[in-house]
Ligand binder design. Structure first.
Ligand code: TYD
Length: 139
């Protein structure tokens, strides 16, 4: 999977285990047992004001799993040729986003929390924040 050749069809929904309990549920993600990449970083978006959009960039090498652990939101994926919109609204399903995909997150429900499990530590050099540059790189 690389920056230049990846497509929105390489991004897939991953069903996570859900352990039922009378007192609630637990979902566990155990590194490479669950994901096709190692987890080096976890971050989450919260307190997102109504109508706000996040994302608006692509990554050169980063793999991510995006989960709506609370509430819901939409993710628009763009590979320079095809676009796909995915609605995330369950804590036991995640969206795998591979490198070289432009993403925009929007329609956050009130109080929603977006959890991201990422394959690399943060580095600004991994971001492509200019959509024209992205389209050029994707050929
Ligand atoms: P960014 O990834 O652009 O946010 P989003 O895609 O959710 O809209 O990050 C927003 C800011 O936070 C930016 O200044 C970089 C910083 N940041 C870090 O310092 N470390 C991180 O791990 C992340 C994800 C962001």
């Amino acid at each position: 999977m690389n920056l230049h050749s990846s497509s929105v069809y390489d991004c897939s929904i991953l069903r996570l285990d859900k352990i039922h309990n009378r007192a609630g549920n637990i979902t566990v993600v155990t590194g490479e047992e669950t994901l096709p990449f190692p987890i080096k970083r976890i971050y989450y978006l919260y307190d997102i004001p109504g109508g706000e959009e996040r994302g608006g960039h692509a990554h050169r090498g980063l793999h991510q799993l995006i989960v709506a652990v609370s509430g819901s939101f939409e993710v628009m994926l763009d590979d320079g040729k095809n676009k796909k919109i995915v609605r995330l609204n369950r804590p036991d399903f995640g969206l795998i986003v591979v490198p070289g995909i432009w993403r925009e997150l929007f329609e956050f429900s009130s109080g929603s929390v977006c959890l991201v499990l990422a394959s690399e530590v943060y580095t600004e050099a991994d971001y492509i924040r200019d959509h024209e540059e992205f389209k050029t790189l994707k050929g």
